[in-house]
Ligand binder design. Sequence first.
Ligand code: SF4
Length: 711
Amino acid sequence: MNETKSTCPYCGTGCGLIIEHDGQRIFNVRGDPDHPANHGRLCTKGATLHLTVAPETAGLRTTLPQLRTGKNTARQTMAWPAALDHAAQRFAEVIRDHGADAVAFYISGQLLTEDYYVFNKLARGLVGTNNIDSNSRLCMSSAVMGYKLTLGADSVPCAYEDIDAADCLLIAGANTAYAHPIVFRRIEDARAARAGLKLIVVDPRRTDTAAAADLHLALQPGSDIALYQAMLHVLLQEKLVDRDYIHQHTEGFVALEAAAREMSPAVAAGICGLKASDIVTAARWFGAADSASLSLWCQGLNQSATGSHNSAALIQLHLATGKIGRPGCGPFSLTGQPNAMGGREAGAMATLLPGHRDLADADDRAEVARLWDIDALPDKPGLSAVELFDALGRGEIKALWIAGTNPAQSLPDSQRVQQALAACEFVVVQDIYQDTETTPYADLLLPAAGWGEKEGTVTNSERCISRVRAALPPPGQALPDWRIAADFALALGRYLGREEQAQRLFPYTCAEEVFNEHRETTRGRDLDIGGLSYGLLEQRGPQQWPFPVGATSGQVRLYGDGRFPTPNGRARFIVPVVEGVAEAPDARHPYQLNTGRLRDQWHGMSRTGNVPRLFSHAPEPQLDMHPDDMARHGLKNQDLVRVANPRGSFVAKARASEAMAPGQVFMPMHWGGRFMAGAGVNGVTLPRFDPLSRQPELKHCAVTLEKLQNL
Ligand code: SF4
């Protein structure tokens, strides 16, 4: 039996694991006791990873390239060179006839940093378009913007060990018990070890996380900013703000203070549907003098048309109280995906560039062009996820490359996305599985290596870079994602008449060479990993960034010296705007649909859906409703109900739940049209997005309910 250390490919907790295998088959996985994220623990998803690889899922995998020559013809298998040649020819034709911005790449937080890096270089360095975005846009771009607006950079200042040192934990818009189970176990441990530790959970639903809290603030969807402004109001009233810290290390507090003084707990209570006294209690616990407060947040704040300001409003509570940069303190955004953070580092998103640079910054563009030894980077803004598929629907994008993600299931207003995919002239899908909601639209389906079959790195929520290692060869002719992107680039170079340039840009023979080049783009930046290498990660295990040349360890937390990466070194306060949800309920669509995750499923279930054991927790999609709403519609548990709005509909079984507030219903986000009657949950969700972060408001939309006759 062999043992190979690697990292879990599911959530942003980034647990280390040990793969037990014989080189041909994985028999078991267990938690890596040496990994700082999990210290040997795994949740149900991580512990069943061996059931998601060969031979258990052999028939489900893509193993050879498959091409169809007409939209209504069946795909035929073919060899890699011919497949990539065909793709290159089609992309080159589009670029020649319509310009570089007529092609686009939509990639994934499931990819490794090395994959991200090569795709980014392909789009911007060879093709010459900024039309590259990632499904990470759907999960954390509002947190990124919240950090940039206030702290000046996309740098999570905290670490998991801050959970152990906190006196108050504020979890906002996150069902950590389900979505980041090992983080939640650490929280449970901290509470068991420290009797006075207070847990506040802000969530419209009484989730398992909320049920464990000392104080559950079941606010109305879309009222987050009012709550945090009211907490600041209390902190001001009770002199719990740190005036010295504000004076020495921040700017812009005067305007924020004036706005917060208008938002009394009584006013906020009306907006949020909370008791004013609970808001006061939360503020007192959070702001208690000489105590440490840590806030953790995720999609409830991020997946909102005001997500950037939601995040900023929470971050500002830390700046106003000086609870940042020291043990147990800070605003800690939890990333949803295993490598959403790595994608940010590699800059493979429409608005970013490698090394935490910004596309909008001419100096940043020039610096990347110099690093890549090309004349210039394109400066036209790229299209973010929702915009990209809108452009596809309008016929402006004529060739699309999708890697490691399932947009026909996961994007809001999914039927519109499906129509856009169906109309696109040439769609390439690079995936490990044959059948997702997206693969039927693939003109060319390319087999990718999956977890346990590829080498690279990922970065988790606490900036910790871990190695991902191969234990098995990929099935058939599947290849690592970065290798597919690089081989395509070489073929495209030939068709574009830039063969020499492509060979110079994509010389890689292994993932380590890609990592080493990525590392060079970080030197001197806030995320500097100049001192890291595969060898060092092998020797010393996972490391947090920054880790510059000469460092002996990564940096646990940031901003301990009160200096921030802004032009004058001061953090910035902004005045967040209270707007509410983007689609308020009305007489025709009186219910607010809230979407979220189950404990044992992952995204669109392409992987977890193949493990029968993972359905024991929730065997089928159910719509959770308040018992009064059930009674109003004459519904009993298990009755079928159609959930609809003008964008689409889906059918699910109703379930009475005291966790729900009247007027709100909840549906897990995992089930797409493949698995349920109707369009799937995202058939009804709203494509409206935050203008700053461009993250769509997947969390809420207005729907109507109709009882159906049971079959
Ligand atoms: Fe994997 Fe997340 Fe579970 Fe850890 S908590 S085992 S990273 S799914």
